[in-house]
Design a protein around this ligand. Structure first.
Ligand code: SF4
Length: 307
């Protein structure tokens, strides 16, 4: 700020350094989705996405970490490794960047890059701004945190809030397959996960969303139906089926024609509430599981989850 006198500049620099993020690239998809690549003060970058549904409602999908340490086998971000947590400002700024592109969010989901519950302190502070009437004034019921299933984080959220909507990437309730697809399952087995979800549900009395990215060659077998039905018993849950979005370097296939429909029918026949995720943002690699075309700069050790 060369227009300020030297004395003012040194006084300002004593407060700290400006750590402002900026839009590096904007990727609009013809289906109405907008993906932004955001550059951070240290040269790293993350992505965020604005999705528009058939009724014109806009949902911002935000990132909470640069990369992700959870290494889910079906997710592009999981191949990047973990670089660092985003600060509260970097989380909120994603929304402001979307707004400057004419995209005002009415709903917010933390389903972008990273595992939100591993960055809970910063996430809490960011949600406080997003929710505050002088901030973005978005109701907690319109904010969703999506986790890969960290029991300790779910309980912490239940105890100390904010009591937002909760979604879990269940993927499958077959314990062995889940361990193969999601390393988190080794230290957070399904019975513990279910207890944590019941605990959260006791506090919120709200329905929990169980997400399952359906791959053609992995998790829509009859045993997955049975396991899912067993897992949901006693939970107020809605299963959200997502046709797996292709990531060239991963060894999975998209579901075949009719496969998701058959799986959905089997779950519905067993009494579960099932919804299907719209296919959005694939043209710009901005769909679920595809974020991270830009690599984080350097790998740091993943944060410990002392469960
Ligand atoms: S699905 Fe979520 S938790 Fe798993 S690797 Fe991808 S970003 Fe991380």
């Amino acid at each position: 700020m060369s227009d300020l006198p030297e004395s003012e500049r040194s006084r300002l620099s004593a407060f700290g350094e400006p750590r402002v993020s900026r839009v590096l690239a904007s990727h609009p998809d013809p289906d109405g989705t907008l993906k932004l690549e955001i550059g951070l003060f240290d040269g790293q970058s993350v992505e965020c996405v604005m999705l528009t549904d058939y009724e014109g409602r806009k949902t911002a999908c935000l990132s909470t970490q640069v990369g992700c340490p959870m290494a889910c086998a079906f997710c592009k971000t999981g191949t990047l490794g973990f670089s660092r947590n985003l600060s509260r400002a970097e989380i909120v700024e994603q929304l402001y960047h979307l707004k400057t592109q004419g995209q005002q969010a009415s709903n917010v989901v933390f389903m972008g890059m990273g595992e939100p519950l591993l960055n809970l302190e910063e996430l809490r502070a960011a949600i406080a701004v997003i929710h505050h009437p002088d901030g973005l004034n978005i109701s907690l019921r319109k904010i969703t945190i999506s986790t890969c299933g960290l029991c300790k984080g779910i309980r912490d959220l239940a105890d100390s809030g904010p009591l937002v909507r909760l979604a879990v990437s269940l993927t499958t309730a077959d314990p062995e397959l889940r361990r193969r697809l999601m390393p988190v399952a080794a230290s957070n087995p399904l019975p513990e996960l279910k207890k944590a979800l019941l605990y959260y549900q006791e506090k919120t009395q709200d329905r929990i969303t169980l997400e399952a990215a359906i791959m053609g060659n992995a998790n829509s077998r009859p045993e997955d139906v049975k396991a899912m039905v067993d897992f949901c018993r006693g939970l107020k849950a809605q299963v959200n089926l997502i046709p797996w979005n292709p990531v060239p370097e991963l060894p999975f296939s998209e579901p075949k024609r009719g496969q998701i429909e058959d799986f959905e029918r089997a779950l519905t026949d067993a009494g579960l509430t099932v919804t299907r995720r719209m296919r959005r943002g694939r043209g710009v690699s901005g769909a679920c599981g595809q974020l991270g075309s830009v690599k984080p700069r350097s790998g740091e050790p993943a944060p410990e989850e002392d469960d």
